[in-house]
Unconditional design. Sequence first.
Length: 333
Amino acid sequence: MTPPWEQKDDQNLSKIIKKAKRKTMIRNTVISLVVTVIVLFGGMLGISQLTSWLAMRGLDEERIMMEISSPNLHELRTDLDLGFLSGKVELSTYKVVEGVPVVWDTKKLDFSMSSRFSLLNRGYSSINVPDPVMTSQNYEYYRGYNSQNGQREMMFYVPGVNYNGKVLNDLPALEQMDPGKLVEMAVSFDKSYTQAEVEKMLPTELTQTWYWVDTYDNKKKLEFITNDSSPDKYALPESARQVYGYGVKWEGLFKPKPEDFLQSLAYGLQKEGKYYGEFERISNYLKKDKAAPDASDVQLLGVVVTGTAKELQSLRGKPYVNTAVLGAVVDKY
């Protein structure tokens, strides 16, 4: 028989052990909760940072592409709506016509892990309005207007390409305007020129805002339209969303030059983003059999100019002007 004092000692030991187990269990529970909170917080922070990285990477790709495209277009602001490894971006743009800003459009994009770390354009469509003159001459296309502000969208014609005589020319329309109207025009040349040649031959009163670069490695591919009235295939004009070039950055500190285009091209290749294939195609076309293109490889097919309606009439009769198409038209005040 166990003496009473030993029974009491066993009971005390049992209580001590139970108490120690409770403390251990409480401690472990607390530690687990703290670790869980830390892991969850760290995970949320990591996901937030990864989502921000995805957004900024995609935006960087869009901005590089804007640098070699988007005639006379500048970034206004960027709005981000970030979610769980996905989100939405709105990139707003504007133009400048002789010092007057014109809000242009908002590019809406999506990005996510499943979209391979890139932004996906949700689409943009112009307003296509029948033009009486174009309709009477059986044009296969309409004049495009910006869907957010109703302004005309510029069109470009590649020299040497067959358009079956369906070429717009808005120079005569300048005479019907108020002479003081501020006008943007896309001038398509009769052949390719260097920037130095363009600067020398264009009237000095016009502002040269953007230069259209020859990036057409297969011009015949542009000629795909057929109809009963023509035995040959012919092309449609290039919209302002299809052409590549370089121009004035609205900070206005530096004069645009061919090297700007090549620098943006090299940066786009280095980033290896969703536009890599297009950057590579353009680079290969320009450099031919060289290691890399240089400034002499940048040939211009046209230019975007601004000025008053009266000043732009100075382009009429110039031998290098194949055609000129209106863009934005605004009042000075």
